[in-house]
Design a protein around this ligand. Structure first.
Ligand code: PLP
Length: 384
């Protein structure tokens, strides 16, 4: 039997779950076949850094969930941001970005891109006048997070898309905290959407993956940047993500319901100084969240411990079943500490301005029974 043609061994059987193609390279019969693939006359694969069956399958599924014409998968969320930025800027171009972003994204704009001659102006994108003013100077991209990391401010995507387009600029949305289950930014005018698939879409903390999608004609350019700079995704991560994607809607529904219940319950617990959740009546963007999100306000929730860093340490030691693991989107509830993890390298004055205090805990709420989460939180809070 020729092992290079496994489908012949399956007869008329078709595997219910997708095969995993780990091959880094593909065999071709001759030069003409290579030309047909590269010229787009025939589908096929040559080298996995350029494309492989698992990324192609996943990209098609993700495009459907995001309502996009095309999707490109990348080795991480940061790779997705890097690929789309590099495909859209050059020396001398400018970016306008929200000042409330994941710490590494801020570092990319603040520390890495200036080395290539690209400057970023950081603005409060919740202030539409300030954003409009910043866009008066030419900018290639306006970059925001739908629900910001960590304090969960919601971006007014329809208004920001209008402002960007009036200024001949493209809106890029990091939709990681919201996921396409709560909102599909392309339908509200965004030009690009990226997600850290590592988080809720993967859903099990076992993949590191990103994606960028859009409806414009930039697919080939971004794919080329991704391959040349080496941002490509691995087959195994794409394969695992396909499984995660099957339950994304169910997981988000359950986790959002748990998070909403916890947001109501937590303010009454001892030691909790403040709770931030877009569904709460005192959240500055609650009305906007009601208007643009559907199916919930997300699974992310923050609360501040009055006792600061030492109270956080005591909480973590006392509540090990809410593991301190600086990521999000796991099936069960985990916690993180933005001041020392995701936003560790953000300027201390900026951290203070945003309210990223030493007592701030960020919960990624999971899909367990609500009482299981409450019991563990009670344990942690009793010593915090
Ligand atoms: C909002 C947001 N965007 C992007 C990223 C980067 O994603 P990745 O870790 O997959 O590179 C993260 C990571 O935490 C994030 O929270």
């Amino acid at each position: 039997m020729n092992d290079s043609q496994p489908s012949s061994a399956l007869g008329s059987s078709v595997p219910l779950t997708p095969p995993l193609y780990t091959s880094a390279v593909y065999r071709l019969p001759d030069l003409d076949a290579l030309d047909r693939i590269l010229d787009g006359q025939e589908s096929g694969f040559i080298y996995a850094r350029d494309a492989h069956p698992n990324s192609r399958r996943l990209a098609a599924l993700l495009a459907e969930v995001e309502g996009a014409k095309w999707t490109i998968t990348t080795s991480s969320g940061m790779a997705a941001i890097s690929a789309l930025v590099l495909a859209n800027v050059e020396r001398g171009r400018r970016i306008v970005a929200s000042h409330r972003l994941y710490g590494r994204t801020t570092q990319l704009f603040q520390q890495e891109l200036p080395r290539l001659g690209v400057q970023t102006s950081f603005v409060d994108t919740s202030d539409l006048e300030e954003t409009k003013k910043a866009l008066q100077e030419p900018a290639a991209l306006l970059f925001v997070e739908t629900i910001s990391n960590p304090l969960l401010r919601v971006a007014d995507l329809p208004a920001l898309a209008r402002l960007a387009h009036d200024a001949n600029c493209q809106l890029v949305v990091d939709n990681t905290f919201a996921t396409p289950i709560l909102i599909r930014p392309l339908e509200l005018g965004a030009d690009y959407v990226m997600e850290s698939v590592t988080k809720m879409i993967g859903g099990h903390s076992d993949v590191t993956l990103g994606m960028v999608c859009g409806n414009n004609d930039k697919r080939a350019e971004i794919a080329q940047v991704s391959s040349i700079w080496g941002f490509s995704s691995s087959p195994f991560d794409c394969w695992l993500t396909e499984r995660g994607l099957e339950t994304l809607a169910l997981r988000m529904k359950a986790a959002c319901a748990n998070a909403a219940a916890l947001a109501e319950w937590l303010p009454s617990r001892p030691g909790v100084a403040r709770v931030a959740y877009p569904g709460c009546s005192d959240h500055p963007d609650r009305e906007l969240a009601v208007r643009i999100l559907s199916g919930g306000f997300g699974n992310m929730l923050c609360f501040d411990l009055a006792g600061g860093r030492e109270a956080v340490n005591r909480f973590m030691r006392q509540a090990p079943n809410i593991p301190f693991s600086p990521s999000l989107g796991h099936t069960t509830t985990t916690c993180s500490h933005p001041a020392t993890t995701s936003h560790r390298y953000v300027d201390p004055a900026e951290k203070q301005r945003q309210g990223i205090t030493d007592g701030l805990i960020r919960l990624s709420v999971g899909i367990e029974e609500l009482s299981t989460i409450q019991d563990e939180l009670e344990k942690g809070l009793s010593v915090a």
